[in-house]
Design a protein around this ligand. Sequence first.
Ligand code: CAA
Length: 389
Amino acid sequence: MDLNLSDEHRMIRDMARDFAQKEIAPIAAHYDETGEFPLPTIRKMGEMGFMGIEVPEEYGGVGMDTLAYALALEEISKADASHGVVMSVCNSLYCYGILRYGTEEQKQTYLRPVASGQVIGAYALTEPQSGSDAANIRVTAIRSPDGSHYVVNGTKSWISSGPVAKYILLFAQADPDAEPRYRGVDAFLVDTEKPGFERGKTEPKLGIRASATCEIHFDNYHCPAEARLGQEGDGFKISMAVLDAGRIGIAAQALGIAEAAYEATVAYAREREAFGQKIGQFQMIQQKLADMKMRIEASRLLIYQAALAKKASKETRSRYTLESCMAKTFASETAMWVTTQAIQIHGGMGYSKELPIERYFRDAKVTEIYEGTSEIQRMVIARLETGLR
Ligand code: CAA
């Protein structure tokens, strides 16, 4: 598909593709097997500007647009979805939030080091009792009587990049009496090297095994008042607005996974023979390949539409929730479906760890779950379309 990409877009896509295929693809199986965090390649990605693609140069980023970000993330995820999620969280769930809601001082202190790839950023919304029902936050952040700081207590779970992050964008209940409760939520920038912050158990995962995920605990963690992001009571809306951006990233990650599985399957269908002919000559295989291709290209269009809607929203401040949810739902379900077909077409070889197909399949699943399940996305889409709740 020729989308008339600009020279700049082609340049970042090709740079990401080249790096991903040369440096990430060869090591992906090893890190998946061991579950180690691939720090050397993540560092290199940071040095290349991949952790702050939309962040202006004055704050350490490369100052490109959302389409550039989606193109690069797709290429990185095509080689390895674990690298993809680290990149997605840094760019959209962390940097974007500070870029949009942060003060100048917050941008210099908390945005620059992550956007320039020196340290890793994370986002902490989920708690043991609140995944889809994100407003049900029990972590508290109580302001000190002199107003100088907040005292944070409680546990957040399933924090992507939690084990390696220097800074975390945290959402906590600052006014437990607020009605509705989400109006009491504030957003904070947490420094994980300060006392009162502790990492808990690391999650053993089905897929994206090289990405690091853990619980985090706050035990009288003192967060300076200057580290509150946005106005009092705006935390929940910030968390949702940031997820609008994040969901475009996860959609691009899913697209990369689906493309990797599809390309491997086309190559296999051309080579593998059964009953005296190439399996790609059988109509049942052809039908699967055609459907895989169509769903992939439809995902791409929805993602690029969402990226353009986000870019436009910079001026208009309008929401692009609908575009983002549609792209995430369709692309993640495409990734799951395409990787399932890829295993089926590969037969026994698809089930074997000798090929990356089974890894693509395991990695695809999470894209239907994190940053809002497919069920939540559909609920949001239907609410926006009908105006009903
Ligand atoms: N942008 C700005 N504001 C928004 C918004 C958005 N996208 N969505 C909602 N809001 C505002 C609403 O306007 C409302 O404010 P007002 O009352 O002033 O109008 C307020 O937020 C509350 O909204 P709702 O009434 O819609 O809230 P709800 O509780 O009914 O439902 C939900 C919200 C859509 C279900 C939400 O909880 C949700 O998205 N859940 C999924 C959570 C999720 O995606 N978690 C992912 C965790 S992070 C992660 O997974 C990262 C990773 O590991 C890679």
